[in-house]
Design a binder for this molecule. Sequence first.
Ligand SMILES: CCCCCCCC(=O)SCCNC(=O)CCNC(=O)[C@H](O)C(C)(C)COP(=O)(O)OP(=O)(O)OC[C@H]1O[C@@H](n2cnc3c(N)ncnc32)[C@H](O)[C@@H]1OP(=O)(O)O
Length: 194
Amino acid sequence: MSGRTTGLTPPDEARPPVRHPDAPAPGELLGSHYDQCFGCGAGQPHGLHLEARAGEGVSVTAEFTVQPAHQGAPGLAHGGVLATALDETLGALNWVLRVIAVTGRLETDFLSPVPVGTVLHLEAEVTAVHGRKIYSTATGRIGGPDGPVAVRAQALFIEVRVEHFIANGRPDEINAALADPDQLRVARAFEVNP
Ligand SMILES: CCCCCCCC(=O)SCCNC(=O)CCNC(=O)[C@H](O)C(C)(C)COP(=O)(O)OP(=O)(O)OC[C@H]1O[C@@H](n2cnc3c(N)ncnc32)[C@H](O)[C@@H]1OP(=O)(O)O
């Protein structure tokens, strides 16, 4: 037994999230955190190419269009792809907090099938922070911000240092990322956080 708490409900001592003073302005396009990311990278031909924007407070919005490569059943999005879209949108909250955090736990509800060709509109917000633990929620709506909710998630992200990636990533990709000035700029943007 590790004694680890696996609940997604913040403890009583958790505090409300704080928008970083240098966070991108509401409406600003956040860009990809990594060109080869399956969720947001332009370098992945069959990836989601999800585009996220900063929202008000500690929130983001995002969109992605379900492609034929994302099918799980004829004409319908794969559930794992939809979970990826939720995960990626939740990960984009890092830009607003200006911390680096990775998914520790992701609980997903699938409310209705999502056909190929759908523009999925996603919203995510941080609800509470406790130490390195970041509690957040996300929803995905069909067609736009007022469309019916098709998927939703509750998540726990854990703050990590950039060394997490250097220590665990495959050397080829790590070395390529370290040699890429754009990638270093993204990493440094988060490291300024006290
Ligand atoms: C750069 C951003 C990219 C964003 C892309 C989209 C998001 C992603 O998909 S990220 C990729 C998927 N996620 C991962 O690869 C993470 C893999 N997991 C890990 O590396 C580690 O388990 C990690 C870093 C999460 C936690 O390990 P570690 O740093 O040793 O922390 P640890 O001490 O175990 O836990 C810290 C706290 O979090 C809690 N915690 C950790 N994992 C979990 C979990 N799965 N469920 C619940 N609680 C957890 C612990 O209980 C502990 O709580 P407390 O402080 O109250 O005791």
